[in-house]
Write a protein that binds this ligand. Structure first.
Ligand SMILES: Cc1cc2nc3c(=O)[nH]c(=O)nc-3n(C[C@H](O)[C@H](O)[C@H](O)COP(=O)(O)O)c2cc1C
Length: 379
């Protein structure tokens, strides 16, 4: 792992190790992938202000996220089918996050279930919720997250309907993958991946399988999920969920100032400025371009988290400079997972930690709390 010097190295390794259908599922975005590209391009455009001779010894990267100490202003984002990048991927990523002292978020669409992860780690993690039409099932999921002592509920609000990802259709990306000759040949060239997935606890949606009557078979289950995303979802449902969940609530998928104002009024502890990593509304602005407006409008009422395109410690610094308290990492850690399991996720976090530390030193900042707009170079 030592020769993996940046997230792009992990990405290239993951591309070699993970079957194409799953790698591209993670790597790609919706439709023409315009928003996916904008997330990266707009971050890269923000130049940092180089400062000198400021005595930057004894820098501190730790912070608090939702009032809990974190060693870095970073958390791992919810990733559906994380356990298909590497067997038991959710458990491995959660362990790596906890060892690094940052939060991990388990997706509703994970392979390992809430209970699997809770039994395999020793500290609480966050649980991400998709609200489905079957509200009885959602109520049960919330109860399960409570029983597993999850420390926050991340309610994703930007996926009432699924944005089309062309690559998934072309690759036959289903769970399990379509049994096409090309997929079988591809998997045959990735024996380490196949072994890890075969040995993994589960091969399907762990939070759902066995919890819906008559849905034991994987194909029936996939169909059920496909029909369950709920276009009627509204602020009323957020209220309903806030009533059921007694812990901290995070609203994920806010990209508009008006929506951010509504989110702040719900009493949620935090919101995540996010366009789902460019996987939903193609043509939406990059998340970094919306962050300063949202932070300005509601930053004093609700904690602001950020995701979309974060691939380095410099990116974390940029988001903090524009008003985020912390970032969520999606693909960056998923590449690490595909490249090297738990060690790969740990490496992804370490890379971003080191980059953030050096960036702080060279911009003349000693603590993450000091990072502000003045640390960006005037354009
Ligand atoms: C492969 C993949 C699966 C994802 N699955 C979920 C999910 O199940 N729930 C969710 O709220 N967001 C999901 N997201 C969005 C991420 O949580 C996050 O918002 C996004 O990845 C951030 O952008 P980045 O990948 O550029 O860091 C997913 C993203 C990817 C790449």
């Amino acid at each position: 792992m030592k020769t993996m010097t940046c997230i792009e190295d992990l990405r290239q390794t993951a591309r070699r190790k993970v079957p194409r259908a799953f790698f591209e599922y993670a790597d790609g975005g919706a439709y023409a992938e315009q928003t996916l590209r904008a997330n990266r391009a707009d971050l890269a455009r923000l130049n940092l202000r180089q400062r000198i001779l400021l005595d930057v010894a004894g820098r501190k990267l730790d912070t608090a996220i939702l009032g809990e100490p974190a060693s870095l202003p970073l958390a791992l984002a919810p990733i559906g089918l994380c356990g298909m990048q590497h067997g038991d991927g959710e458990i491995l990523a959660c362990r790596a996050a906890q060892a690094a002292g940052i939060p991990f978020t388990l997706s509703t669409m994970s392979i390992c279930s809430i209970e699997d992860v809770a039994a395999a780690v020793d500290r609480p993690f966050w649980f991400q919720l998709y609200v489905m039409k079957d509200r009885g099932f959602i109520r049960e999921l919330i109860e399960r997250a409570t029983a597993a002592k999850c420390s926050a509920l991340v309610l994703t609000v930007d996926l009432q309907i699924l944005g089309q990802r062309h690559r998934d259709i072309k690759n036959g990306m289903t769970v399990p993958p379509e049994l096409r000759l090309s997929n079988l040949l591809d998997i045959a060239t990735k024996p380490a991946w196949a072994l890890s997935v075969m040995r993994g606890k589960r091969k399907t949606f762990g939070n759902i399988a066995g919890h819906i009557k008559g849905m034991e078979n994987v194909n029936e289950l996939s169909q059920w999920i496909g029909g369950q995303f709920d276009p009627t979802l509204s602020w009323k449902d957020v209220e309903w969920i806030a009533g059921l969940w007694k812990g901290k609530l995070i609203l994920k998928g806010i990209l508009d100032v008006e929506d951010a104002r509504m989110a702040a009024r719900t009493g949620a502890a935090a919101l995540v400025v996010s366009n789902h990593g460019g996987r939903q509304l193609d043509g939406a602005p990059s998340s970094i371009s919306m962050l300063p407006k949202i932070a300005e409008a509601v930053g004093s009422d609700i904690e602001i988290l950020f995701d979309g395109g974060v691939r380095s410690g410099q990116d974390v610094f940029r988001a903090l400079a524009l008003g985020a308290r912390a970032c969520l990492s999606g693909r960056a850690y998923i590449y690490g997972l595909g490249a090297g399991g738990e060690a790969g996720v740990a490496r992804a976090i370490e890379i971003m930690r080191n980059e953030l530390d050096v960036t702080m030193a060279l911009t003349g900042v000693k603590t993450v709390g000091e990072i502000g707009r003045e640390n960006l170079a005037a354009m």
